[in-house]
Design a protein around this ligand. Structure first.
Ligand code: PNS
Length: 161
């Protein structure tokens, strides 16, 4: 059977409940899901890649068919190297669509075997983003409704060290 490994790429800076919702739903649809964290210091992430990986590993501990990895460079090259062709992305709202559509088309143009599948984010999480989490945390606000409980201490330590 054709390889049905799917890859969920992103910055995950940090992982949110919205991301986790997509990961959990993908884990019921594919035998194996790889969460691939972009390692690109030029994007100036708040959390170094190792911390983002560690938070994802904690958040996905209950999911046996999820693996956490990082990549740098082009996503399509990572896909080729991993012998994977399905990319999963979450769509929160119409505002996400344009950028996601462009990314999917570009990836398809570079490598015609790549298929991008979109999952609609659950309405409960449609307004959550890593940027919102960072902004609230930086001002000492409560981020409990937005991120997996097991990574709350990591985020709080980061902003109040
Ligand atoms: O969580 P994000 O920041 O929306 O994820 C974006 C990501 C990491 C999926 C995207 O920026 C990416 O794939 N970057 C790798 C570089 C690449 O392949 N670029 C060509 C497609 S636009």
């Amino acid at each position: 059977m054709e390889n049905r490994l799917c890859v969920y790429p992103g910055s995950f800076d940090p992982v949110t409940l919205g991301h986790l919702d997509i990961i959990e739903r993908a884990s019921t649809m594919f035998p194996q899901v790889r969460v691939a964290v972009l390692d690109n210091p030029a994007k100036h992430p708040a959390f170094p890649v190792e911390e983002r990986l560690a938070m994802l590993r904690k958040a996905c501990k209950h999911l046996p068919n999820i693996k956490i990895d990082s990549f740098s460079g082009l996503l399509v090259d990572y896909m080729k190297k991993s012998d994977a062709r399905i990319v999963i992305r979450g769509l929160r709202a119409v505002t996400d669509f344009e950028a996601e559509f462009q990314m999917a088309q570009v990836n398809r143009q570079i490598s015609e075997t790549i298929e991008t599948l979109f999952l609609m984010t659950s309405p409960d999480y449609a307004y959550i983003s890593s940027s919102v989490v960072k902004q609230i945390a930086s001002f000492g606000g409560d981020i409990t409704p937005f991120v997996p409980a097991c990574i709350l201490p990591d985020i709080q330590t980061y902003f109040h060290k």
